[in-house]
Design a protein around this ligand. Structure first.
Ligand SMILES: *Cc1c(COP(=O)(O)O)cnc(C)c1O
Length: 357
């Protein structure tokens, strides 16, 4: 079988949620961000595992993700949609009991007109300038909100992965100032990075995403994914022979080269090759050589007495952030790029989930 295997540890995701919940403090609710198919790991298995661990509020990016999530979780958990309510999405919000994070005066006006009796949240811009109401918008909206209150008010930090960055304290101040006009409403500012900045940033609810999935800035996260690539073929190359497209790698001596099954079409982006990460035979690192192809990667296995059936490109020795470093990107992008050609194997307790593959 030439299909690469992506193993996703649901117990590790649950443990990471509990660890971030513990850091969020006793009076703070810890939600779970499961946008983009739970960062590429499969919302159908991940969300029920998080609900079983104790998460009661979930965040997604768009209404369609919220509708899918409601079908998975059933009634009960709160589902918030970061992008707010876009025109045409009204039936999805009503039918699937979704709560929009309204981002502009126009979104607020449209929501109050179309779904006047339904709950909503507000997103405020505290300095990231991506989504959310500006202070002047909030004042304008406050007049319209007479008698109707949001169930939650959120904002997002631009630099929370850099604890020393001055923008963190600046956004905290700006958020607090804007919250002065909404004293009764539960508030939420912190994603994974914000949780680690400490209690000042926690407010009523935290919203971790990447930390659940084993990524930085949560350095204490348990690794969640293992990616094992089957070896298709092993060959000897003589000094001066080249490997792969562009003849970009030249053997300095006699080498043994293994060709494994996965490539940039599987999210192992071509730039990974530039950073020369390792593939692992158990605990033994073997350098990636040559360029990453669409479906294939070449590996120098000269150091191995015996070439195993599979080599790991993600494992406890080399996590998503190490692989991301090799490619000049971030762990988030490595995860969400992982393709749909993998055999996906879920391990760990998942009582509420559908049957495994
Ligand atoms: C993606 C996202 C999160 C989660 O961020 P992580 O860094 O993955 O923890 C929280 N809030 C908002 C608004 C987001 O877009």
């Amino acid at each position: 079988m030439a299909r690469a295997r992506l193993t996703i540890d649901l117990d590790a995701i649950a443990a990471n949620w509990r660890a971030l919940d513990a850091r969020s403090g006793p009076d703070v609710e810890t939600a779970a961000v499961v946008k983009a198919d739970a960062y590429g790991l499969g919302v159908a298995r991940v969300a029920p595992a998080l609900a079983a661990a104790g998460a009661r509020s979930f965040f997604v990016a768009i209404a369609e993700e919220g509708a899918t999530l409601r079908d998975l979780l059933g009634p009960g958990p709160a589902i918030y949609v970061f992008s707010g309510m876009m025109p045409g999405d009204e039936p999805l919000f009503a039918a699937h009991d979704l709560v929009p994070c309204l981002n502009s005066p126009a979104q607020v006006a449209n929501f109050l007109r179309e779904l006047p009796d339904r709950p909503f949240a507000l997103q405020l811009d505290s300095g990231m300038n991506r989504l959310g109401l500006e202070p002047a918008d909030l004042s304008a909206v406050a007049a319209v909100l007479d008698g109707v209150a949001p169930v939650l008010v959120i904002s997002h930090l631009a630099c929370a992965d850099e604890p020393g960055h001055a923008q963190n304290a600046g956004q905290l101040r700006a958020f607090r100032t804007m919250l002065g006009g909404l004293p009764e409403t539960p508030a939420s500012l912190a994603a994974t990075g914000g949780i680690l900045l400490g209690p000042d940033y926690h407010f009523a609810m935290t919203r971790p995403g990447i930390g659940l999935y084993g990524g930085l800035p949560f350095a204490g996260a348990r690794p969640v994914v293992r990616l094992s690539l089957p070896v298709i073929q092993v060959r000897e190359v003589a000094p001066g022979e080249t490997v792969g497209y562009g003849a970009a790698w030249v053997a300095a001596g006699r080498r043994r080269i293994a060709t494994v099954s996965a490539g940039y079409a599987d999210g192992l982006i071509r730039r990974i090759g530039a950073g020369r990460p390792a593939l692992f035979a158990g605990d033994v690192p073997c350098p990636l050589v040559g360029r990453v192809s669409m479906d294939l990667i070449t590996v120098d296995v000269t150091g191995l007495a015996e070439v195993p059936a599979r080599l790991d490109i993600l494992n406890p020795h080399q996590g998503i952030d190490a692989l991301a470093d090799a490619a000049g990107t971030i762990g988030y992008e490595i995860l969400t790029a992982l393709g749909d050609r993998y055999e996906r194997v879920y391990t760990g307790a998942d009582p509420a989930g559908p049957a495994g593959p």
